[in-house]
Design a protein around this ligand. Structure first.
Ligand SMILES: [Zn+2]
Length: 273
């Protein structure tokens, strides 16, 4: 626990209130640190595709284009360290870690056909970082469980690593967020997509497709909550209200598709929607 937080704790202990959760929210530096360590852990344990893989290049291009839509002042005040990586895995998943690392699994990528669909998921994940959803959940949990006095975040991170436990699992870094956080990520992610020149229909397509097919273990951005259909409807309303004509969705370039899909496309079996 950092000195500032300890001092605050003693000063404010008799008047624990709603604002106390906010007080224990990990700082920006702490979030970047824990996200960076956890992403190193993931890269070590799982098979991250190399920097020159066309899928990694495409994901980074999309991620950077979306990050460029964040207002300059916000980027200056909160310089999150965004990184974008693709993991070779059949899991249908994508998630963001606190502080900026975003991971996309080939199991999900292989199901997508347009860059706009990828952008819809990446935009949603970036908003979890921007709005510090994990840190907010974490501080709320600490408060609710009365664990405030048991130790600070970074102390916990260090001892977790010493014990060889997974940071991602211990701190639930990649778990689905609250309903509020998901709605906020959809809404702001949608706007980032539009501002970056993507067609938001891609986001709707992918949410709809995964809501129908993801099964019992849905990815981070598509939990099994019954409100999922409501989320999709809300996105459809945004599109309907927007007077701007969106550019057509662009197919994922052949070289960035899974080898199997690329093979089919070359033979004219798969056409990007
Ligand atoms: Zn989410």
């Amino acid at each position: 626990m950092r000195l500032r937080q300890v001092l605050w704790l003693f000063a404010a202990l008799p008047l624990i209130s709603d604002s106390s959760a906010q007080m224990f929210k990990p700082s920006m530096r702490e979030q970047v640190k824990i996200g960076k360590r956890a992403s190193e852990e993931i890269r070590k344990k799982e098979h991250a595709l190399p920097d020159d893989d066309p899928r990694v290049k495409l994901l980074r291009e999309i991620g950077e284009r979306l990050v460029a839509q964040i207002p300059e002042k916000e980027r200056k005040d909160k310089p999150w360290v965004y990184t974008f990586d693709v993991i070779q895995s059949r899991q249908i998943n994508a998630f963001a870690l606190p502080g900026g690392p975003v991971f996309f699994y080939t199991g999900l990528l292989d199901r997508l056909t347009t860059v706009d669909q990828i952008a819809g998921i990446v935009g949603h994940e970036i908003v979890h970082v921007r709005k510090e959803h994990w840190a907010r959940d974490y501080s709320k949990t600490l408060e609710q469980q009365g664990l405030i006095l048991l130790g600070g975040l970074l102390l916990g991170v260090n001892s977790t690593l010493m014990q060889g436990a997974s940071l991602v699992e211990t701190y639930g870094l990649a778990l689905p967020r609250s309903r509020h956080a998901e709605t906020e990520s959809d809404k702001i992610g949608y706007q980032m997509m539009v501002d970056a020149g993507y067609n938001p229909q891609g986001m709707i397509d992918v949410f709809r497709m995964l809501n129908e097919t993801a099964g019992s273990k849905p990815p981070e951005f598509m939990s099994s909550h019954p409100d999922e259909k409501k989320r999709i409807r809300a996105l459809e309303e945004f599109v309907a209200k927007n007077p701007k004509a969106f550019p057509p969705q662009r197919p994922i370039p052949v070289e960035a598709r899974s080898p199997y899909l690329a093979f089919l496309q070359v033979r004219g079996f798969v056409v990007g929607r």
